[in-house]
Design a protein around this ligand. Structure first.
Ligand SMILES: *[C@@H]1O[C@H](CO)[C@@H](O)[C@H](O)[C@H]1NC(C)=O
Ligand SMILES: *[C@@H]1O[C@H](CO)[C@@H](O)[C@H](O)[C@H]1NC(C)=O
Ligand SMILES: *[C@@H]1O[C@H](CO)[C@@H](O)[C@H](O)[C@H]1NC(C)=O
Length: 342
């Protein structure tokens, strides 16, 4: 049977055309272009050869000439993949400002050389973790610029000594950030996490909420459990509103991210994840934590019953101040009743 197929003149002609096309590809692009994709993916994965996060950043300087800016290239010309992340030396605020000359007041950046294709708001819930903040800013500003994004960093700070409420602060951040711009993407970012690969793009998935921190060093670069949604995630404003935002009623660590994962399902969406070879993060100081990170925290909430009434539509807070720091927009809020720290 196979013999008869080979003898079939149509099949022989097909083989001939196929070969000709292949030779043409090799001739036009050279063998390198055929294999470039493959080689690049190897380079992007090799964490033993990491690069400084400021490498080649100065190449993204104003184009000059005064002509209208072209759109940024789809792929950043200076992306390198694995980045060198260490927390040995605490960078000063002055150093960070000096190293990021194109960041404008309020932690706002637009590529000076091209028109960004995406606008991302980075929202960080915060309470007096200045050391973490400096490390994060040192790495995240150049990281985002490497991706040719238009972005702004928001710090949402809870006043007082009360128990931290990450999810509610992020609701506040989303509401405040959307007053400034029609952001394409909302990046909800823990202050103590730093991304390790600049191919981990800070843009949203078109259809579903995206969990970005799929491989943290703290969990030996695995997910701690299957439905995990903590650390860093990316949602469009539409995703966020569809699930009524995050719950306002979780205090202290843990719990709320599982409620959020449940909301995503209840709102008829699902979680997509950055592949673990790109979604790698370094977590600051995790050895000091006493929590048991591998276990899914028990929930006392009934998300199925509460999600429609607890979220963006029930959000109340008092905006105390909104100031433009050179490296971020500082949104300080009184989020109302706070259970005493226990
Ligand atoms: C980035 O910098 C390295 C040197 O650190 C250089 O070899 C490389 O060509 C640069 N990449 C681009 C796109 O200019
Ligand atoms: C916060 O705690 C400090 C000491 O731990 C205390 O002096 C201060 O009054 C507290 N502030 C508030 C707003 O509770
Ligand atoms: C943010 O603003 C508040 C109020 O102005 C201020 O007390 C606080 O120190 C600021 N925080 C940071 C991290 O800049």
């Amino acid at each position: 049977m196979s013999l008869s197929r080979v003898e079939n003149p149509c099949f022989l002609l097909f083989l001939l055309v196929f070969q000709a096309v292949f030779i043409l590809i090799l001739y036009r692009g050279g063998a390198s272009s055929v294999f470039r994709g493959f080689l690049e993916s190897q380079r992007v994965l090799d964490y033993s050869k990491s690069h400084d996060v400021y490498t080649n950043l100065s190449l993204l300087a104003p184009a000059g000439g005064g002509a209208a800016l072209p759109y940024c290239s789809e792929r950043s010309p200076i992306a390198v993949g694995p980045l060198t992340i260490t927390f040995d030396v605490l960078p000063s605020e002055r150093t960070i400002i000096q190293k990021n000359p194109f960041v404008q007041s309020g932690g706002h950046y637009r590529p000076p050389h091209c028109l960004a294709r995406y606008k991302s708001a980075i929202l960080v819930a915060y309470s007096n973790q200045e050391k973490y903040l400096h490390h994060l800013l040192y790495y995240i500003h150049p990281f985002l610029q490497r991706q040719q994004l238009s972005y702004r960093i928001y710090l949402i700070q809870q006043v007082g000594n009360g128990t931290f409420n990450r999810a509610k602060l992020l609701n506040v951040g989303v509401r405040e950030a959307l007053k400034d711009e029609d952001w394409d993407c909302l990046l909800l970012h823990d202050v103590n996490l730093v991304p390790e690969n600049d191919y981990n793009l800070y843009v949203c998935d078109e259809y579903y909420p995206k969990h970005m921190a799929s491989a943290m060093d703290k969990f030996q670069y695995n997910l701690p459990y299957k439905s995990f949604f903590g650390g860093v995630s990316a949602l469009t404003p539409e995703h966020y509103m569809k699930m009524n935002g995050f719950p306002n009623t979780y205090w202290g660590d843990g719990g709320e991210t599982d409620d959020i994962a449940a909301r995503i399902q209840l709102a008829g969406m699902r979680i997509v994840r950055t592949p673990p070879h790109l979604g790698r993060y370094k977590v600051m100081d995790y050895n000091r934590e006493t929590e048991e990170p591998w276990r899914r925290p028990a929930s006392h909430h009934n998300t199925g019953k509460t999600w429609k009434d607890d979220g963006m539509n029930s959000l109340e807070f008092k905006l105390l101040s909104r100031t433009k720091h050179p490296l971020y927009t500082n949104v300080t809020v009184d989020i109302g009743y706070v259970p005493p720290f226990s």
